[in-house]
Design a protein. Structure first.
Length: 80
């Protein structure tokens, strides 16, 4: 059986992202939170994942959306 090829996300360290279409952004703790990518993507059990600043473990890139122009918004957020 051929191994499923992962579509690269193009995310890189320093990118700003938000979580979407998963359970985490429904929690008050993560709602509307802008995350900073802290690693290059890697394959974890067939899913592309990255490390996010302040989140434990790898997070699947398929549930992350890159955001632009968030520097001013981010400075007003409290980090958990």
């Amino acid at each position: 059986m051929a191994k499923k090829k992962i579509k690269p996300s193009g995310l890189k360290p320093g990118d700003k992202v938000v979580m979407h279409t998963c359970i985490e952004p429904k929690r008050e703790k993560y709602k509307d939170k802008i995350w900073t990518v802290n690693s290059d993507p890697w394959d974890l059990c067939g899913s592309e994942v990255v490390l996010l600043d302040g989140f434990s473990g790898g997070f699947a890139t398929g549930y992350l959306k890159k955001v632009e122009g968030v520097e001013m918004v981010e400075t007003n957020q409290t980090h958990s």
